[in-house]
Design a protein around this ligand. Structure first.
Ligand code: OFO
Length: 167
């Protein structure tokens, strides 16, 4: 049985994960508008990963005999972006999510909810990867400094991303 506080916090996190998915879907559309199908593919797969994250929290609430409460989803603020600004926004958002997961973990520990604490471990590790993935593309984009050939090559690289079974 989940405590009321933890249940509320996890329901909020389901919303955060679906909002993350929504942001990445908006980014996929924006990248397509920029003529960058590889970037668009990367964001579209990230959108799917985020739905997977929401699903993990959703299933966990049900497994602990809790109640799922689906909250309204905010509109993502994406528009007039460059390839670099999209990834800068992605990294800023992932840092925000890392903070949410840390707060959730603090709450689980303060409530002595060991099951939730262990469940959250996967997300702690996932956030390290999520931030590193966004940072890598930012570094590459800064390296090419707007060079169209470089951008074309990064786009081709991002087109190779496939869905990971872990996420
Ligand atoms: Fe991007 O990790 Fe979930 O939100």
């Amino acid at each position: 049985m989940l405590s009321e506080k933890i249940q509320t916090a996890i329901n909020q996190q389901i919303n955060e994960e679906i909002f993350s998915a929504y942001i990445y879907l908006a980014m996929a559309a924006e990248a397509d508008r920029l003529g960058l199908p590889g970037f668009s593919n990367w964001f579209k797969l990230q959108y799917q990963e985020e739905l997977g994250h929401a699903d993990r929290f959703f299933n966990y609430v049900l497994e602990r005999n809790g109640e799922v409460d689906l909250l309204p989803i905010q509109k993502p603020e994406i528009g007039g972006e460059s390839a670099l600004s999209l990834f800068e926004k992605a990294l800023a958002h992932e840092r925000h999510i890392t903070g949410c997961i840390s707060n959730l973990k603090d709450l689980a520990m303060s409530e002595s909810d060991h099951a939730t604490d262990v469940f959250l471990e996967w997300f702690v590790n996932e956030q390290v990867e999520e931030e590193a993935n966004a940072q890598l593309v930012i570094d590459q984009l800064r390296l090419i400094d707007g060079n169209p050939n470089g951008l074309f090559m990064i786009d081709r690289e991002l087109a190779n991303r496939t869905i990971s079974s872990e996420a």
